[in-house]
Design a protein around this ligand. Structure first.
Ligand code: FUB
Length: 314
């Protein structure tokens, strides 16, 4: 159905990007977050360990690196949720960014029992491969800071961006899309938490800039197209919007319900990272809580639109 809906087909032939999909085959990995540092691309992922019908059991974040997109080095775990002393479990989506020679890692976790629900922590390291250490001792964003009512897991999926003027922004959210300025120290919010309306918004925002245009890519849902998440995007003339919806760019991920975009330019080529549920590891078939990260080339049309992306397999 993905092929019919979006011209985005799984299993469409050899990957044209030199990277064999799935990228990591010895364990299940989810929520890929790429970061380019010099001539190396680092990829932060959650380590999926759900068993049976369990929804998710993501025990740690790991980082991999490549200089050529073909061979990948496993640097091991960079952090686990309880390295944030105030957190209890659930290494959900993350993203790292560099500022002034330090690396800041924003990550979703389950708060401890004093404040049930998801929260976002920030950790810091001198190296992209960690180890990362909690930079605050408390959550950067937690359930009591956003107007979510009974929705206790809307504070998930941070994406972080430093604008050309040096201002840093954090964006996140499930069902609601939130954003806030960060202080130059990168570990405190600087001003109110704001909200923007994005059509069919579900979760997993990722922001990038190309030329003068800001791109906000996110997991979306439209039951008239698919029961599973798709990837949609909007563009804007500034990081604070106004965002113009531009459509869907990626069909559902095979066998995983969720899809989670991560976009970077590396050595002159744009890449789209995502996850799917096609990988079997040992006795454990792929699925909702056993995902596998993958990558495709990303292209823009003459109007700056993102060309719909085909999912490939090795
Ligand atoms: O991996 C756990 C959650 O599933 C993420 O936070 C969402 O983006 C979805 O991928």
């Amino acid at each position: 159905t993905a092929c019919l809906l979006l011209a985005a087909c799984a299993n469409a032939g050899p990957a044209p990007h030199g990277a064999p999909n799935p990228l990591i085959t010895d364990r299940h990995t989810a929520d890929p977050a790429p970061l380019v540092v010099g001539d190396t691309l680092y990829l932060y992922v959650g380590h999926d360990m759900a068993r049976g019908e369990e929804m998710f059991n993501i025990v740690e974040w790991r980082v991999y690196s490549t200089t050529d997109m073909a061979s990948w080095t496993d640097h091991g775990p960079v952090m686990k949720p309880t390295d944030f002393q105030w957190a209890s479990r659930d290494a959900w989506a993350s993203q790292a960014i560099e500022r002034d020679g330090k690396f800041y890692f924003y990550a979703t976790v389950e708060h401890d029992r004093t404040r049930p629900g998801k929260a976002i922590g920030v950790a810091v390291s001198d190296s992209p491969t960690g180890p990362f250490v909690d930079a605050r001792g408390t959550a950067l964003v937690s359930n009591d800071m956003t107007p979510q009512g009974p929705h206790t897991w809307d504070d998930i999926d941070p994406t972080v961006f430093i604008d050309d003027d040096g201002t840093a922004w954090l964006m996140w959210g499930n069902a609601n899309f939130y954003y806030a300025r960060l202080k130059p120290d990168m570990v405190e919010l600087d001003g109110p938490i704001l909200q923007a309306e994005l059509p069919k918004y579900e979760e997993g925002p990722w922001v990038h800039k190309r030329g003068d245009t800001y791109y906000l890519t996110y997991a979306s849902r439209d039951p008239s197209l698919s029961e599973d998440e798709l990837v949609s995007y909007a563009t804007a003339p500034s990081i604070t919007g106004p965002w113009t919806y531009r459509g869907e760019i990626s069909g559902p991920a095979e066998n995983s319900f969720t899809i989670h975009p991560g976009i970077v330019e590396f050595k002159g080529q744009w890449y789209f990272f995502y996850h799917n549920g096609v990988l079997t590891v040992g006795d454990h078939a792929g699925g909702l809580g056993r995902r596998a990260v993958a990558v495709e080339h990303l292209y823009y049309d003459a109007d700056g639109g993102i060309v719909p992306i085909e999912h490939t397999r090795e």
